[in-house]
Write a protein that binds this ligand. Structure first.
Ligand SMILES: N[C@@H](CCC(=O)N[C@@H](CS)C(=O)NCC(=O)O)C(=O)O
Length: 204
């Protein structure tokens, strides 16, 4: 059986779990936190990052964008990435922005874990600016639409939902993205009605 290696808090792992749920693809979930000394992740991904998807023949796939592309391709159930070039690129662009938002937010979270005297306020401000600009761009692009791309639920919505969920996980009460972006707030509420999202709420 396919295996997914990942943690219960990673938004990138969550993206893969939601896509697999939507596509009705079964897998064994192996919980592994890449920051722990006992992690096996570098044996499968030289970058030492999760998610890693292990194919039936043992070959590992990474990163999340490659994995979700693979999952969407192998199961005809509920297509999440359009096949045609233009809408496909549009969906991948949404994903790139959502993933980039997570990268910037994660850098802030990591920086705050360092001893206070080693933290760089300038570096953190730079990353927070990226998060805020990305939120504004996502909100503008969403406008009054129900879904991010193609007027239907796609990988774009899943990626954005995982990014917003990550902000709630790590910056609750601090980054109030809902107040400034009601459209994103409504999108997130709509996404949280789906089993794939409900079943993957991050566990700390
Ligand atoms: N671009 C990668 C990012 C994956 C990533 O940053 N994963 C984090 C967890 S959220 C990780 O494993 N970090 C461990 C490390 O950087 O050593 C993807 O989409 O899979």
């Amino acid at each position: 059986m396919n295996k997914l290696i990942g943690s219960l808090t990673s938004p990138f792992v969550r993206k893969v779990r939601i896509v697999a749920a939507e596509k009705r693809i079964e897998y064994e979930f192996i919980v592994d936190v890449p920051w722990e000394a006992t992690t096996q992740v570098p044996d499968y991904n030289p970058l030492g990052k999760v998610p890693v998807w292990i194919l039936n023949d043992g070959r590992p796939l990474f990163d999340s964008r490659v994995i979700v592309e693979h999952l969407d391709y192998i199961s005809p159930v509920h297509p999440l990435i359009p096949r045609e070039a233009r809408p496909r690129i549009a969906v991948k662009r949404w994903e790139a922005l959502a993933d980039g938002l997570i990268d910037a937010a994660a850098l802030v979270f990591m920086e705050r874990k360092r001893p206070a005297e080693q933290q760089s306020a300038e570096w953190m401000t730079r990353q927070i600016d990226k998060v805020n600009r990305s939120l504004a761009a996502l909100a503008t692009d969403l406008g009054k639409n129900d879904w991010c791309a193609e007027n239907t639920y796609t990988l774009a919505d899943i990626a954005v939902g995982c990014a917003l969920g990550y902000l709630d996980l790590r910056f609750q009460g601090e980054m109030d993205w809902r107040r400034g972006h009601p459209g994103l707030s409504e999108l997130f509420d709509r996404l949280m009605e789906r089993p794939g999202f409900k079943d993957t709420v991050p566990i700390v």
